[in-house]
Structures are given as C-alpha cells and as structure tokens.
Design a protein around this ligand. Structure first.
Ligand code: NAP
Length: 267
C-alpha cells in the first residue's frame, strides 16, 4: 500500500468508499475490504451506515490504530451546536473514541463557514478527530477557509477521475499544502466502459478500473476511495501495486480530461 504522508498524517492512498452501502451489505463490504488489506474507510453521516461501518471495524479484529477512518458532517449539521452534537453521535454510531478525519461534506451555506471550521477545530482539540478537512470545496472556498479563516485542513475530497479535470483544485491544494481525496474515482461505470482505458489495461494484464486507480494514486498527494460491494471488485481495486504505468499511458489518461461530473455540483 502506498501512503500519503502529509501534516503528520499517514493516509493509505487507496480506501474504500461506502456510499449506498447499507445494512448487512455494508458491514460485509467493509469487513471484506479490511480482510483484503484496505486500511482507509470513508463514510458520512448522510450515508446512514456509520453503525454498520463501526460494527465491521470491530468484527474485523484489525487494531483501530491501523485504520484511517473518515466521516463527514451532513450539510444540515454545520452550525457550531449541530456540528458538535452530531459529530459526537457519529463517534457513538461508529463505536470509536476518535475518527481520523472529519470533513464538511458539502458547503451548504446553512451556517457561516468560519463557524463550522471553528467547531471542527474545537472537536479536534478535544480529541474527537485527528484531522479536519472539507469536501466539494472549489478554489475560492478553499482559499477562504485556509487563508481568510486560517483553518488547518488536511484535505479536500472532490470528484476526480480521468474524465473530469481537477487541475485548478489540485494547484490550489498544492499551494495550501493539502491532499486531494478522489471520490467517484471510477466515474460510477464510465471508467469501466471506456475502451481506451481497457486497451491500456490490457498491456499490463489489468482492467480499466485498475489502471485508472493507479493513475490517480500515482499523482502527488492524491488518494482514491472507490466503492465496491462485490469481493471481486474490492480485491481488484487493491491489486494495483504490482505494475507501473508507462509515461505514454499516463499521458494518454491525462489527455482524456474533460468536464464530466457524475455528482451534480448544484446538489
Ligand atoms: P465509484 O467508486 O466511482 O463507482 C462505484 C461503482 O463501480 C460500483 O457500482 C461498483 O460495483 C463498481 N466497481 C468498483 N470497482 C470495480 C471494478 N474493479 N470493476 C468494475 N466495477 C467496479 O463511485 P462512488 O460510489 O460514487 O464513489 C466512491 C466513494 O466516494 C463513495 O462510496 C463515497 O464514499 C465517496 N463519495 C463522496 C462524495 C462527496 O460528496 N464527498 C460524493 C460521492 C461519492 P459494486 O459496488 O457492485 O462492487
């Protein structure tokens, strides 16, 4: 496993996304991922699966300290009072004393950004999370959070795959010294259906999904969190460390960049 070492954190570059995983399917997917060697799990208040994620963490027998666990404050929970209260509830559901990363899931404007960031900083001071960060923040919001409001963030979690350029956000993250976590890294099927990516994969005996994940995590300070309910997918997604993409293939994937957003930014 490759790790991203940044701001004192050591983040496994490949994690498991859990959106749409609920009930037994969720706990089984997380447990099997941990068995396969995943040590980075991404959940959120909005996913309604923190209890199942927590159960899987305990059932796996993997020491808590080995797992990088992220959750996110729902867009309606961004006032200081709700951030504090619901973060504590998340910890209870997850059955942990502390998460590794607590994110603002989406900048909803329901509370002033400074108020939410201060609440996150306090939760961190109180040991409820090791690091704080944001998700779905554009360059302007990142600048406001870091430069104007002085937030000490670890990452911005944004949609990122071969068909969506994130050059501007990546440049801003580099400038501020933060990492990027790529969500929807397989474009929810767009990657798997792309013949050019499949062709590149064939050179290495890998699939379109595998070369895409490798392309993502080879980038400086980029992690990826594909979701996989099926064991075969989860196993394939972590089986990406035994080959190296040639420069020409990396360049070919770079050249696919476009404006395809799977997740509606106006949500
Ligand atoms: P994704 O990871 O791009 O795609 C998931 C889909 O790809 C599932 O249908 C999965 O199938 C399939 N798949 C996985 N590995 C595969 C493989 N090797 N070959 C073929 N198919 C494969 O989409 P996503 O769930 O939207 O994104 C991943 C995670 O990002 C989410 O689960 C969530 O944790 C996070 N996310 C965050 C935000 C945010 O606002 N911060 C928004 C969206 C997503 P099976 O499940 O059937 O195995």
């Amino acid at each position: 496993m490759k790790h991203i070492e940044i701001k004192g954190a050591k983040v496994p570059a490949l994690g498991l996304g859990t959106w749409q995983l609920t009930g037994r399917t969720c706990s089984e997917a997380v447990r099997q991922a941990l068995e396969l060697g995943y040590r980075h799990i991404d959940t959120a208040q909005m996913y309604g699966n923190e209890t199942e994620v927590g159960r899987a963490l305990r059932d796996s027998g993997v020491p808590r300290g080995e797992i990088f666990l992220t959750t996110k404050l729902a867009p309606g929970n961004l006032s200081a009072a709700l951030a504090r209260h619901t973060a504590e509830e998340s910890l209870k559901r997850l059955g942990v004393e502390q998460v590794d990363l607590l994110l603002i899931h989406w900048p909803s404007g329901e509370a002033p950004l400074g108020e939410t960031l201060e609440a996150l900083a306090k939760l961190r001071e109180r040991g409820k999370t090791r690091f704080i960060g944001v998700s779905n923040f554009n360059v302007k919001l990142l600048k406001e959070a870091v430069e104007t409001l002085g937030a000490d963030l670890l990452c911005d979690q944004v949609e990122y795959h071969p068909f969506l350029s994130q050059r501007a956000v990546m440049a801003a993250l580099k400038h501020h010294g933060l990492m990027l976590t790529a969500y929807t890294p397989l474009g929810r099927g767009h990657v798997q259906r792309n013949p050019e990516l499949a062709e590149i994969g064939r050179k290495y005996g890998k699939s379109a999904a595998q070369v895409t994940l490798r392309w993502l995590i080879d980038q400086e300070n980029v992690a990826a969190i594909p979701k996989a309910a099926s064991r075969a997918h989860a196993a394939a997604n972590i089986d990406i460390f035994d080959f190296t993409l040639a420069d020409e293939d990396r360049a070919a994937i770079d050249a696919m960049r476009g404006n395809l957003r799977v997740v509606d930014p106006g949500w």
